[in-house]
Design a protein around this ligand. Sequence first.
Ligand SMILES: Cc1ncc(COP(=O)(O)O)c(C=O)c1O
Length: 452
Amino acid sequence: MRRRSLSSSTSRRSPRAREGRIVSAPYPARVTSIERAQAVLAGGCDSPVRSGWGVNHPMFVQRSAAGAYAYDETGRRYIDYVMAYGPLLFGHTHPALVTGLDEVAKHGFVWGTTHPEEMRLAERIRAHLPSMERMRFVSTGTEAVMSAIRVARAFTRRSLILKFAGNYHGHFDLALLNAGASAHTSDASASGIPEGVMHDVVVARYNDLESVDALLRGREHEIAAIIVEPIVGNMGYVTPVPDFLEGLRERTRRYGALLIFDEVITWLRFGPRGAQDRVGITPDMTTIGKIMGGGAPIAAFGGREEVMAVLAPLGGTFTGGTHGGNPFCVGMAHRVLDLIEAHPEYYDEMRARAERLADGIRAIFRTRDLPYAVVQHESIVDFKFRAGPPNRNYDDALAADKKKYAAYYAAMLQRGILLPPSQNEVMFVSTAHTDADIDATLAAIEASIGDR
Ligand SMILES: Cc1ncc(COP(=O)(O)O)c(C=O)c1O
């Protein structure tokens, strides 16, 4: 069979292509980016929240980003409070993270071997989070939590996991049951999550030890682990009530189970010692991710030495990953820790901006007699369209008025403010947000709340 030569196929191309220029696919002008996305990406996106389905609004198509700002396709600037759903503690393009990357990449991106910088990173993390006596690097928070759960099951030789409604731990099977954030799980036949998975997981109410006890009654000696976001960022911002986490710590000890803290959002957001230091409770295992890579995909799981010893080659439990601990992402994580360790004042600055934002929103609500509680902790700011105290659990989160949030989201976008397209998410303030950004945001809120 004769093969067509490259040159003969070239001769059929347009003159521009023959000159060696890249010719993009000839989309007719009337095809919008959203239609184009839907024609090639499943549902038009890689993660459903991005589609705008939570606010019944067309998807935000982003062309670029810098500092505190996201830019849409027309080049219009928006003050960005999504911040990639948490990783961007320093905004989009902090010079310490985006310059000199050839230095980070000069020995390659991935090796498939263990290396000293990976050891040094683990030592640095353990210095901040001593509960992670041994750890492993992976690429995403989902992998970190999935691996931690397998380790906990292997260590305890039990299967049952207790999790909380409205916490989000990634998109592996059991994590999605009644999960917060933008997760949505249909019944087993439609979701792809086998019925069998439900036998080994129970879902309790956050901040409610009675619901924990009710679910564990009679199954106390089946429980492998309780996994919890110690401070939650996935059903709005929710803090633990006094004695809740203490109660989980006490019960896991009493039943011979492990306590896993999912600090994928909270580690580095609340400082290098994480939420576990703030709440004064030491978990058996911890998962971290998001901020630690400065935007590059790196996460980790770890815990007590004897627990992590179940992992092969010491034990019989397997986790692995082609990209786990790769030198590029490890190099980025070192840069993040370098920045944080060199600039403790960053936290004060972010807190001051977040307080300015939260106080401003409270003042607007007071003037307009709006009954919404505004919460702020470090660089997280949140309020929901629901009267009464801040969210304490997922029932509260689900009671918020979705239509009002959707209208508010659209009105804010029109005024150049990019909010998370779901009321389960929170606003993240970064080191890049300025007082002027906060004041512009407050002006937009004042006008948009009036649009209701
Ligand atoms: C607390 C928490 N755990 C785990 C995950 C999953 O992380 P990833 O999206 O990197 O898989 C997330 C993501 O939002 C999270 O918020």
